[in-house]
Design a protein around this ligand. Sequence first.
Ligand code: 13P
Length: 249
Amino acid sequence: MLLAGNWKMHGLRGAVAEIRALGRGLNGAPLPADILVCPPATLINEAVKAAEGTRIVIGGQNCHAEPSGAFTGEISAEMLRDAGANAVILGHSERRQFYGETDAMVRAKAEAASRAGLIALICVGEDERQRDAGEAVSVVQKQLDGSVPASAPADPIDLVIAYEPVWAIGTGRTPNPEQIAEMHAAIRAWLADRFGAAADQMRILYGGSVKPENAGTILAVTNVDGALIGGASLKAGDFLAIIRAVPQR
Ligand code: 13P
């Protein structure tokens, strides 16, 4: 199980206190999941320091495909790693929608993450029109075809797929457990087709309006190996409540 927080473009330096509070809240108790926090790039260094001595891991929200070069404003996977990050979110729907990221770009970034030794969380998900048209599974399969690197990382747990239906992000709406189960089964089957037995170890996260109130139900769905959490990851109290809601397996 992996619970990952995506802070998006939220948080000035003071927000790192939430990571300290999260660490304190986790102290001592056996964790039901790996915990990842992906703050804005400006906070990664401080977040890594705040997470020292805890089991919280820090990640980025995007990276460039090249290790370095004349790409003003960009950050490479190697730079994230150098700053102490262990993971990176790639191909989030906001990046696909607002910054024109294509499947091919996401794949190149995922290869870069792997080269730099980062866990890659590759995001996929249909929009509302595609869901209503009955195209959700085929849209996601096509995104996987284009976004996932051809070869598995040396350790399969370093490849994570996050299913985030666009219409569920920040809306308070979520698919029902049957819809989540159907999509996660389709993603698992796709991974097995591509990577064989290694697919069983790859984690498939659900994302989109995960809150303390619905986390238990969502995380109990077959083939849901964790969650990618936006708004509810910004406050340690909410994140802790989600962690406490992880069902026993
Ligand atoms: P919310 O949890 O705020 O809906 O955001 C989900 C998301 O986009 C995480 O990447």
